[in-house]
Every structure is written in C-alpha cells, then in structure tokens.
Design a protein around this ligand. Structure first.
Ligand code: ADP
Ligand code: MG
Length: 404
C-alpha cells in the first residue's frame, strides 16, 4: 500500500548511496528511482562522528536539492521521509534508533561507538538545514530481504556479499527463545544474523588469514567476513604473493615496497586477473604492473597468480554457500521433503561483479542441498535491494506517523 516519494541513504563500506524512490502502491511497486553514489574520503573513516555525519548530510542535501529542482516537485507540505541503511552492528530497540556496537570493515571512529546513529544523522541534517525525518534505521541485509520480499513472498533471506558480508532471514517468532514480549501478528520475525562475526575452529583459517586479522582494525572479530568478503580477498592474495616472492623470487629481483603495502591489491584487481581470457594473460601482467610495480613476468608466473586468485575466491565462495545452506537447513528447506520454493536475495558488489565467485557459490550450494531442494531453491541478485528496502520501510513507518 506504500505510496509516495521516499528517500534512502545507504552507508556500506566505501561508498554511500542516496536514493529517491517513488512508490506506486501495491500494483505499481517502484515507479521511479534516482540514485547517486558518493565515495567517502578515507580520512573520514577514522575521524570523528560529527565529521562523517556532517559530510553525509551535506551530500544528501545536495542530492535532494538537485532532484527536487529537476523534478520540479515540492514535497507538498509533507516532511521528507528517509530510510537509513546502516551496515554495521547496532543494538536496535526501536525502528528509528540504534546504538552502534562496533565498527567493522575500514571504519574506526571511536566517538560514534555506543551512540545513536540516527540521532547523529538527524542532528547533522538539521545543521545542513535539510528538512528530513529519519523514519527507519535498517541493516543492509534486512533491507535486501524487505526489498526482495516486496516483489516475491518466497524470499526467505537477504544476504550481502559486498565490502563485508551479512545475512538476514525470516524465522518463526515462536522459535526464538530469546524473544520476550508479545509475538507479532504474522508469527514471523526477521533475524539479522551479523554472520560476518561468525567464528569456529572448523573455518579453514591459514597463516595469511591470521596475520591479516592481527594487523586489521578489528583483530579477533569478523573472522568469517575476513575469509570471504570484498574488502579482504585482494589483501589475502597480496599476502600470498608477497610470501612467495620473498621465498622464491618468482617475480625476479623486485622492489617489494608496493607488494608489502596493505590493501594495495584490491578485490576488483584480482577479479580482473582471475577472469583474464587472453592467451598470454595480458590483463594479469597489466594489473601486476599497475598495482604492484611487478614487470617482466613469465607466462608461467602469471598462471600461478591466476591460480592463487582462484584458490582464494573459490574458498570464499564455498564458505559463502555454506552460510546459505545453513540458513536453508535451519528453515527446514534444504531437504527433499518440502514443496515450497525458496528464494535467497543477494546484493553486494562482490556477488554482482565477481562472476567466478558467483558461479562457484551457486554450484556449491547445489552440492550442499539435497536433490529436490537444489531445484526449489533460487538465488537471485537483488539490485540495490537494500536501498529500496530502506525506502519501503521508511514508507511503512511514515504511514503510522501520519495516522497518529
Ligand atoms: P558496500 O559493501 O560498501 O555496500 P558494494 O556492495 O558496492 O558496497 O560492494 C563493494 C565491494 O564489491 C568492494 O569492496 C569490492 O570488493 C567488490 N567489488 C566491486 N567491484 C568489483 C569487481 N569488479 N570485481 C570484484 N569485486 C568487486
Ligand atoms: Mg551495501
């Protein structure tokens, strides 16, 4: 039933997206959507809370001004409503507030921890003179689930494979022993798993992972995420290449300064090398030269580099598929017994752009499920699902506001 114009703000790993969605109600769904992506200056990721939110609010204000100018629409007296997608762990006790538990990925802004991120954003918007109300705070996996389920009731989970990773799924409320208070009418409840923080002695952690973790911004945390998400895959490959080069001089007598620099080799680079189809692996040569100043490699060496990318991406994809299978198993949708279709909506740059990661994930999921389930389960890409989900949740919340 949601109708009207709503805004979304998606703060993920390296960029944030602002979007404006025109919802047309149950028949028309999303009538129109405009979005803009802004990269976050790296120094703001470890500065102060007010600097970060000030920057976000000012970019949002610019977007709103531009959109309203060119669309020539006024908000006809109604306050602008915003769904805020925030992809970090929060303790959330109401739909439009939540305190930050800890930062993950490349963020580390101490004075924001323990604070209500909605209040911070709201204050920053007021300072910008932006008349907008934060109607809902949404986790990106939850937003992806909500956005995809809006179109398809068979969607059971929303999953992110982007800079980081997380999943949310729909659980029977009476299977949640921790829940106190009234059960929702639907009988269902969304669980935000925060699975990036999963850790188990069964995870295939190597010396490279252990060192990466130790030298990270959040040692000991987000171990599952560090094995498989976009922020880390390039960095794992870099560490393997460095060790090989130091031990065997496979790259010849090179200067190791670049190869020793953390996060210089990024996941899009290893993806490009991994997908190199040229007979002499020209793209591999290019990426090694551009990013690591490694030149004059033999074809043999370049093949070896591709193989390392393959091992790292394949491990990531198989671990990711194991997570999906785990959700289906918990829901009893992994076996031969059920007839229901189950859809898992996935968003995130890693899944979207790293073809071999996605293919391996899909094949592995098929291997992990019983024969019947492997036919009734579908994985689908929810393009910007979390942004749309955020706008939808904002819309449903603002309805309540208008009724009050
Ligand atoms: P976020 O997780 O910050 O919300 P995205 O979902 O857009 O953002 O994912 C960004 C991540 O996707 C990057 O950190 C990067 O690792 C990965 N990525 C982007 N482009 C590619 C690519 N061409 N190949 C592989 N991975 C990519
Ligand atoms: Mg995101």
């Amino acid at each position: 039933r949601e109708e009207g114009l709503f805004y979304g703000l998606d703060l993920g790993g390296t960029n944030f997206r602002v979007l404006r969605v025109q919802l047309g109600g149950i028949e028309k769904h999303v009538v129109n959507r405009e979005s803009r992506e802004v990269s976050i200056p790296p120094q703001l990721m470890s500065g102060s809370s007010s600097e970060l939110f000030g920057f976000i609010a000012s970019e949002l204000a610019k977007f709103v001004a531009d959109e309203e100018k060119c669309a020539n629409v006024l908000s006809n007296g109604k306050k602008r409503e915003l769904g805020f997608t925030f992809s970090f762990p929060v303790k959330q006790r109401s739909v439009a507030s939540g305190t930050l538990v800890k930062w993950t990925k490349a963020f580390s802004i101490d004075d924001a921890v323990g604070e209500d991120v909605v209040a911070e954003l709201q204050t920053a918007m007021e300072k910008q003179g932006l008349d907008m109300h934060v109607a809902a705070l949404i986790n990106d996996a939850v937003g992806t689930l909500a956005g995809a389920r809006y179109y398809d009731r068979d969607v059971v989970a929303g999953v992110i494979f982007g800079t980081g990773t997380n999943a949310a799924y729909v659980e029977k409320a009476n299977s949640i022993p921790k829940w106190e208070g009234e059960l929702p009418n639907s009988g269902d409840m969304v669980i935000n798993m925060e699975w990036g923080n999963f850790c188990s002695s069964h995870l295939p952690v190597t010396e490279y992972d252990r060192e990466l973790d130790k030298e990270s911004l959040n040692p000991g945390e987000q171990i599952y995420e560090k094995l498989m998400s976009g922020m880390y895959l390039g960095e794992i490959v870099r560490r393997v290449l460095l060790k090989m080069s130091l031990q065997s001089s496979i790259f010849g007598n090179i200067d190791h300064t670049k190869l020793k620099t953390h996060f210089l080799l990024r996941t899009p680079h290893i993806s490009a090398m991994h997908h190199d189809e040229t007979p002499d692996l020209k793209i591999v040569a290019e990426k090694l030269e551009e990013n690591l100043e490694i030149t004059g490699t033999s074809l043999e060496t370049r093949k070896l580099v591709v193989e390392i990318c393959d091992i790292v991406a394949r491990r990531a994809a198989r671990l990711a598929a194991a997570g999906l299978a785990g959700i289906l198993k918990k829901l009893g949708r992994d076996g031969n017994a059920q007839e229901q279709r189950s859809v898992i909506a996935i968003d995130g740059g890693l899944f979207e752009h790293y073809t071999k990661f996605r293919e391996c994930l899909e094949i592995t999921l098929g291997e992990l499920l019983a024969e019947y389930a492997s036919k009734s389960v579908a994985v689908k890409h929810a393009d910007d699902g979390s942004g749309i989900g955020a706008a939808l949740i904002a819309a449903s919340q603002s309805q309540y506001r208008n009724v009050e």
